[in-house]
Design a protein around this ligand. Structure first.
Ligand code: HEC
Ligand code: HEC
Length: 201
């Protein structure tokens, strides 16, 4: 696997010219092949997780470093989700980086003008890391803009219950009142940014 990756990197002139970054950046062409199964769920707009029912998250426009962290979390089961654990369990670190590079190669988030919502005061603390309009200033923090409202709600509840373990978001989610979760999720869902990567790409 490693030899194959090295061979692919050598065949890519741009990456070969910058070997140091190529090691961390991942190989988007190889990632496109690996992403084929992923897009069977993530590439279909509105596709649902069966139980509990919420939409499969959009990955288009998501930060590559965050995608890597999320996949490592499913693999290590610090994120509880059987299907995603099964998907990530057999992936090497190189596989994960390559898929993330492929997703990033599909384009930046489609950010638009911020949309004002009733939750403006409730999302003030979130803005430091996720941006006021849900576009994060750092590559290892997720963009929330335009994500499905039911997925955002589910994710916040998982951090709050500890089913998804992250020291930073765990503490943040603890501070969110149950009755505010929907409003906060709606705020970020109404912004523009993330999109569905086209299955036919
Ligand atoms: C059977 C459907 C299905 C397949 C196939 C699938 N996923 Fe997922 N994926 C999901 C669901 C559902 C979630 C949300 C899980 C949760 O609640 O934590 C998810 C979550 C994710 C996340 C986290 C997104 C975020 O915003 O935190 C990433 C990244 C991801 N998947 C990447 C992949 C990759 C890469 C593959 C292929 C190797 C893949 N998925 C295959 C259904 C699928
Ligand atoms: C100090 C930085 C920080 C602050 C403040 C913060 N977050 Fe996060 N957030 C993170 C990090 C880091 C992650 C990724 C954790 C992981 O790997 O699971 C995350 C993940 C998330 C996710 C999951 C996204 C996905 O695609 O699955 C949601 C939803 C979220 N945060 C909502 C919020 C909300 C709502 C607030 C405000 C109440 C908030 N965050 C405040 C850093 C922060």
């Amino acid at each position: 696997m490693r030899q194959l990756l090295a061979a692919l990197l050598l065949m890519t002139p741009v990456l070969a010219a910058t070997p140091a970054s190529a090691q961390t950046a991942g190989n988007a062409e190889r990632g496109a092949v690996l992403a084929d199964t992923c897009l069977g769920c993530h590439g279909i707009a509105g596709y649902r997780n069966a139980y509990p029912s919420y939409r499969v998250p959009k990955l288009g426009g998501q930060n590559a470093d965050y995608v890597v962290a999320a996949l490592q979390g499913y693999r290590a089961q610090t994120r509880a989700h059987n299907t995603m654990h099964a998907q990530a369990a057999s992936m090497t670190d190189a596989d994960i980086r390559d898929v993330a590079a492929y997703l990033a190669s599909q384009g930046a988030p489609k950010a638009g003008a911020p949309v004002a919502t009733a939750a403006a005061d409730k999302v003030a603390t979130c803005a430091a890391c996720h941006g006021e309009a849900g576009i994060s200033p750092a590559p290892n923090w997720p963009n929330l803009a335009g994500q499905y409202v039911d997925y955002l709600e589910h994710a916040i509840r998982q951090y709050k219950s500890g089913a998804r373990k992250d020291p930073v978001m765990g503490a943040q989610a603890q501070a969110i009142k149950d009755e505010d979760i929907r409003l906060i999720a709606e705020h970020f869902a109404k912004q523009s940014g993330l999109y569905t990567v086209d299955y036919t790409d």
